[in-house]
Design a protein around this ligand. Structure first.
Ligand SMILES: [Zn+2]
Length: 470
């Protein structure tokens, strides 16, 4: 193709679907070099502190084993992170029993194919260390897990690059040598006369906008892994893609396939921009981050706050705000008007006023707050109660219009204890957002649902009073 005279004037080339080829590996190395040396919004090449443990892939490209390396305090180096779907139990994980053995050395062939592929890429790119959660976090040690989840933001941010095993549904499938087919349109070949008189050949292919549908893109943990990483190599269903803080998703070379850039990092970039310009709607970006995140699936729903804790840490520093159960203290009322359209289970992992207390996707209403926050948790003797000043009604007339959504299955007998808190004005005479509460004590309530577009006048004769949501 390169030898064809037409290649001098036609920049586009066929898609390279062999992701182990020299062209692809050289391009990946060039992307990293270029990003580290000249991208305006990307960090320069810098040796970072290594995470607590890394997989040492050695210096021999064909070495049959790797080992888990426990990092001495302050040891620095460059490393790669892996973002992948677990998809069930792993071949080998770090546990209190296996750690010593893993430190002595593991045959590469005993690991799942996805991990094996990541080791191969790490070696190809000339790196020595790889971070893989299954091997670098002691899976049966709650303290270790908690500490590493807390370190997640810096683990992904400080990695030189993150490998996204986007197409694999589990750790056994691998991502490097799967069959990749470019989305092809009708194709024909035509001779073309060039300015210098030579005749070349061009292929006509209808250009395609491709919307990848990768298994990894639907996993909750992967959301923050993408969002926090400085650079990502996406092993997509078609070809290798690159994205970083300065560059939207691009393929190895320009072809007839173009990509929708729907990367989670755009929402964090937008938030940074708004903070820089001191715009009033910067908190709305957190609504969007949660909205996209909460649609994703997770193996253990109890990880709902954990799998976004790294992003919350970064956003907390940006907003200079305090985080409580998934929402921000200084804008708390803005985040109470969430609702779910597929109610499932409610979990005690978060207070009922937090979106993190349900397992399902959530959306947020956009209103001007009418209730006010008086005190936030934790307070002495009350770790989760949010104290509000607002108007509460005890009953609603029958046949009202509005969009009523319950958070989870609610017992019929609880109807008698229902109350309604006016939360905010939706503006443009479209009504109000209100919370459906259940009384659980003297001025104490639990949230059980949300109403949108309900007549605001229903609360006009109610006096404001102090209540606690738990
Ligand atoms: Zn860059």
């Amino acid at each position: 193709m390169e030898a064809d005279p037409a290649s001098a004037v036609i920049p586009r080339r066929p898609v390279i679907t062999d992701l182990t080829s020299n062209v692809v590996v050289s391009k990946a190395k060039a992307w990293i070099r270029n990003c580290q040396s000249s991208h305006p919004n990307c960090p320069r090449a810098k040796i970072q502190r290594l995470p607590s443990r890394v997989v040492d892939v050695g210096t021999e490209s064909k070495s049959p084993s790797v080992r888990v390396h426990t990092v001495a305090a302050q040891q620095c180096g460059e490393y790669i992170c892996l973002s992948y779907c677990w998809g069930g139990p792993q071949a080998i994980t770090a546990t209190q029993n296996t750690l010593q053995e893993l430190q002595n050395g593991i045959p590469v062939e005993n690991l799942g194919q996805t991990i094996q592929d990541a080791i191969e890429v790490t070696r190809q790119l000339g790196f020595r260390y790889l971070w893989v959660d299954a091997l670098c976090i002691i899976q049966d040690d709650d303290k270790d897990k908690e500490r590493e989840i807390h370190n997640m933001a810096s683990i992904y941010k400080n990695a030189t690059i993150t490998i996204a095993a986007s197409t694999s549904t589990n750790s056994y499938e691998g991502f490097l040598r799967r069959k990749r087919t470019p989305p092809l349109g009708p194709k024909c070949h035509l001779p073309i006369e060039l300015p210098d008189g030579k005749v070349g050949k061009v292929s006509l292919v209808s250009s395609r906008h491709h919307y990848p549908n990768h298994p990894l893109d639907s996993r909750a943990w992967a959301y923050q892994e993408f969002l926090l990483s400085t650079r990502v190599l996406v092993y997509s269903d078609v070809e290798l893609l690159w994205e970083c803080e300065s560059q939207r998703q691009v393929p190895v070379r320009e072809s007839f396939v173009s990509y929708e850039d729907n990367s989670p990092r755009r929402r964090l970039q937008e938030l940074r921009r708004r903070v820089r310009r001191n715009e009033d709607r910067m908190y709305w970006n957190w609504h969007l981050i949660v909205n996209y995140y909460a649609r994703r699936a997770m193996t253990d729903p109890e990880d709902r706050l954990n799998a976004i804790a790294g992003v919350a840490e970064v956003v907390g520093q940006l907003l200079n705000d305090e985080y409580m159960f998934g929402i921000w203290k200084s804008s708390a009322v803005d985040f109470l008007g969430w609702s779910t359209w597929s109610p499932t289970r409610r979990s005690p992992r978060a207070p009922s006023w937090s979106w993190a207390s349900v397992d399902s996707p959530v959306g947020f209403s956009d209103y001007k707050p009418l209730a006010k926050v008086l005190a936030c948790p934790p307070r002495p003797g009350d770790a989760r109660g949010l104290v509000l000043m607002g108007k509460v009604r005890s009953k609603l007339p029958r046949g009202l219009s509005g969009s009523f959504r319950l958070d989870a299955e609610v017992e019929e007998c609880e109807r008698k204890r229902r109350r309604y808190l006016l939360l905010g004005d939706l503006g443009h005479n479209t009504g109000a957002t209100a919370l459906i509460l259940m009384q659980v004590g003297q001025n104490r309530y639990r949230r059980i649902g949300c109403i949108d577009r309900i007549a605001i006048d229903l609360w006009h004769d109610c006096a404001e009073r102090e209540i606690t949501l738990e």
